[in-house]
Design a protein around this ligand. Structure first.
Ligand SMILES: N[C@@H](CCC(=O)N[C@@H](CS)C(=O)NCC(=O)O)C(=O)O
Length: 216
């Protein structure tokens, strides 16, 4: 059964779903959801909130990018990406929740300034802010980012398990944006080491041409 991903190439949440599909080698087709207009009925029928991405698997439909990553790992039997052992799995879930609830919101201020993001309209919907303003917003986020990074494993770049998991896949598109933003990542060494490993994932390297970064 071919999967259908409701996608927009500049949506970081869609990018992580697409990265996951490529890593597990699933067959899928893309259906592009327009960013700037009201979301079409065919998309709202899957995700009433309108957020991108959403996934159809035959008659089964779901949204929320982290949910999609968990589902695909289980569907494809990829215990290496999302372990079955309760404690190993919970450690990955911790990073996924930390990412969605703490790190991503902390990154969003400088990211929106750097890439002209307007909620509901996406990247490049407004002019990028001057580099000094982006750096000032990053400076404010640094303490929270460094606190959050203490949850990741020490001694290696990956979030947990000493190897790539869905915790890393979830973070990759925004970590790529971080590395191309005009900010001093020396202030967040663990975050930078994580980002540098994630962007080297071969399937991500293949997606870079569509991800909209860099463009400043
Ligand atoms: N929590 C959702 C967020 C989905 C979301 O907000 N996606 C963005 C694109 S990255 C979007 O559609 N933004 C515009 C909107 O919600 O109108 C997820 O992780 O899938």
């Amino acid at each position: 059964m071919t999967l259908v991903l409701h996608d927009h190439p500049l949506s970081s949440n869609a990018q992580k779903a697409r990265l996951m599909l490529d890593i597990v080698g699933a067959e899928y087709t893309l259906r592009e959801v327009p960013f700037a207009t009201e979301r079409p009925d065919w998309h709202l029928a899957v995700n009433p909130l309108g957020g991108i991405p959403a996934l159809s698997d035959g008659g089964f439909q779901l949204a929320e990018s982290n949910t999609i990553l968990r589902y695909l790992a289980d569907r494809e039997g990829r215990d290496d990406l999302y372990p079955r052992d309760p404690q190993a799995r919970a450690a990955i879930d911790w990073v996924l929740d930390l990412w969605a609830l703490v790190v991503r919101p902390a990154c969003f201020t400088y990211e929106a300034a750097s890439y002209g993001i307007v909620l509901g309209r996406g990247m490049y919907a407004k002019e990028a802010a001057p580099a000094a303003d982006v750096q000032a917003l990053f400076d404010k986020a640094v303490p929270k980012l460094n606190q959050a990074m203490q949850v990741l494993d020490a001694g290696g770049p990956w979030a947990r398990q000493g190897r790539m998991t869905i915790a890393d896949i979830a973070a990759t598109p925004v970590l790529h944006r971080l590395l191309h933003a005009p900010v001093d990542t020396a202030q967040t060494p663990r975050l930078r080491a994580w980002a540098e490993a994630c962007v080297e994932i071969p399937e991500w390297q293949a997606l870079i041409p569509i991800c909209g970064v860099p463009r400043r």
